[in-house]
Design a binder for this molecule. Structure first.
Ligand SMILES: O=C(O)CCC(=O)C(=O)O
Ligand SMILES: [Mn+2]
Length: 215
């Protein structure tokens, strides 16, 4: 990892309620962004259990996008869960949510106290190997509101999460390890793009969950 200034190791120790309860977190020192990384929110044992439960229990789908009139499979499997009626449209793919299951609710309850918000939906990505990826984009669909709050949880293989400022020559990257939590909010989506690039070497699969608040 590169250059994170603020390592908030057990901060606010003076407050008894926070004693040994606040997880390790790092704020990314990037302009026009509000990104906090929790590298070890879930233990390795929990992460393995969540990975298996999600790999087997989620209704994974292969979606397609139209490029110059041709239908092309997107390079990962996806799923959309959430409160009833929270429809989500991206890259012209329209998804109606599946109802929350027990595993997803457990994960959601772990991140909500940190995000200080109640998420009403989650987009899941299954990167089967290094050939799966997501290209440069912002999570800035209108239904996410002016300042989208995105809670990103990763299990399984580590992948590099790359960030690029939209109008300045600034880049950064974070290795999203198994059991990590990345919280993006404020103006992050307005000013920054992100991607998960493909990798050449042979690697295992990874599951990423981006919890969202949809209006
Ligand atoms: O897999 C990741 O870490 C990012 C996924 C992502 O950016 C998205 O689904 O919008
Ligand atoms: Mn995204």
């Amino acid at each position: 990892m590169s250059h994170y200034e603020q390592i908030n190791l057990w901060e606010d120790l003076a407050q008894p309620s926070n004693l040994e309860t606040r997880p390790v977190s790092e704020s990314l020192p990037l302009p026009n962004a509000d990104i906090v990384f929790y590298p070890t929110l879930f233990t390795q044992e929990e992460s393995q259990q969540f990975f298996s439960a999600l790999q087997d229990g989620v209704n994974w789908k292969q979606e397609f996008i139209k490029i110059y009139g041709k239908s092309v499979p997107i390079p990962r499997l996806t799923a959309w869960y959430g409160d009833p009626g929270k429809k989500y449209i991206y890259s012209k793919i329209e998804m109606m949510p599946e109802p929350w299951n027990e595993v997803l609710l457990k994960i959601k309850s772990r991140i909500e106290p940190l995000a200080k918000v109640q998420f009403n939906s989650v987009l899941l990505n299954l990167y089967r190997d290094g050939k799966d990826s997501v290209s440069w984009h912002s999570d800035d669909e209108p239904e996410l509101g002016q300042e989208p709050i995105i809670g990103s949880v990763s299990f399984g293989e580590s992948r590099q999460f790359k960030l690029k400022h939209k109008s300045q020559e600034i880049k950064d990257e974070v290795k999203l390890t198994s059991g990590s939590f990345l919280l993006m909010q404020g103006t992050t989506q307005k000013f920054w793009l992100h991607q998960i690039p493909k990798v050449q070497k042979s690697i295992g699969s990874r599951i990423n969950l981006t919890f969202r608040v949809i209006s």
